[in-house]
Write a protein that binds this ligand. Structure first.
Ligand code: ADP
Ligand code: MG
Length: 323
């Protein structure tokens, strides 16, 4: 099993930011309203994600470290959700197999919690512990025993930048959840729970970003598209400024990105990108599940339909502005 975990780790966790992403998703799935993230040396030496979610009993915690022990497959409907976002019960055991791993967790109605420690996938300690309700997972010395992986990592600064970007995107996708991120002890992101997307954008990108963007909202069939688009003169050189969130998860969607770009042609200089925050709510069945679940890239069953909604929304918005 250790070998299977290490192989899975190669797929699930390519680099520190992948650990952060998996832990964040678990915290959000656990209904957390506050998530604290800490990373040192770009996440290579230390990552910790702490939430105030539902927590786990000792039994559940031990189970969570076994392969394919997901607690999330209950309904057929869940299966689709799982298939689209990679709920396969692989993340924790995979991560734990390639680091010094500590899991602290306490469910709401319990007096005390559980602390479990693992070293390269082997449990070295499991005991009762007085801890707050929720879950805290520490990942230290990631890939310490997998030199081939370590060698492949970029500088601390680059790895940290990926973590910052990912936490930003998750914060944007979940305005009602408070987030904080410390990198090497320095508070990099800190946002309380917010009423909605505009407030969250203001928290993370600053109030000016609200002035510089226009809100939009569009329903079409079972699709709901909403967000903000940069006013035409405001453009960036990077595709990173095209933020896509689908069903609460940050994703890369060529369809949404190219849709935005296509609609902006003529409004922006060549090679420039608009600032865009695009949130799409769609039935899980409409997401193509054949894309590798740990990748951010997402495809839709009906790509032209999604593209059409994006293009129409952006066109209407820009024409409305008399841009
Ligand atoms: P998956 O998310 O695919 O179910 P994971 O390996 O990421 O698999 O997690 C395994 C299980 O551990 C989850 O199904 C969940 O029951 C539990 N779990 C993991 N993280 C948390 C958390 N932060 N709070 C509560 N339960 C958690
Ligand atoms: Mg998970």
């Amino acid at each position: 099993d250790h070998v299977a975990n290490q192989i899975a780790a190669g797929e699930v966790v390519e680099r520190p930011v992948a650990v952060v992403k998996e832990l964040l998703e678990n915290s959000l799935d656990a209904g957390a309203t506050r998530v604290q993230i800490e990373a040192r040396r770009g996440g290579k030496s230390y990552i910790r994600v702490t939430d105030n979610g539902i927590g786990m009993t000792e039994e559940e915690a031990l189970l969570s470290l076994k392969r394919h022990a997901t607690s999330k497959i209950r309904l057929a409907d869940d299966l689709l959700r799982i298939a689209s976002f990679g709920f396969r019960g692989e993340a924790l055991p995979s991560i734990a197999s390639v680091c010094d791993f500590t899991l602290l967790t306490r469910p709401k109605d319990a007096e005390t919690g559980t602390r479990i420690q693992l070293k390269n996938g082997e449990i070295t300690d499991c005991r009762e512990d007085a801890i707050p309700v929720g879950t805290s997972i520490e990942v230290a010395r990631l890939f310490n025993t997998v030199p081939a992986r370590r060698k492949f990592l970029k500088t601390d600064q680059t790895e940290a930048a990926h973590i910052v970007q990912t936490v930003r995107l998750f914060a944007l996708a979940h305005p009602a959840v408070g987030f904080s991120l410390k990198i090497d002890g320095r508070e990099t992101i800190s946002t309380p729970p917010c009423p909605g997307l505009p407030e969250r954008i203001a928290e993370i990108w600053g109030k000016k970003m609200l002035k510089d963007t226009l809100p939009f909202e569009r329903r079409s069939g079972s699709i709901f598209l909403y967000g903000r688009l940069g006013k035409p003169p405001l453009s960036r050189a990077s595709r990173q400024d095209l933020v896509c969130i689908v069903n609460g998860r940050p994703v890369d969607s060529r369809t949404i990105q190219y849709g935005i770009l296509e609609a902006c042609t003529g409004f922006l200089p060549k090679g420039r990108y608009p600032v865009a925050f695009f949130c799409l709510e769609i039935q899980p069945e409409a997401i193509d599940v054949n894309v590798h679940p740990t990748k951010r890239e997402i495809r839709f069953r009906d790509e032209p339909q999604v593209r059409r909604i994006v293009v129409e929304t952006v066109m209407d918005l820009l024409l409305d502005q008399g841009a």
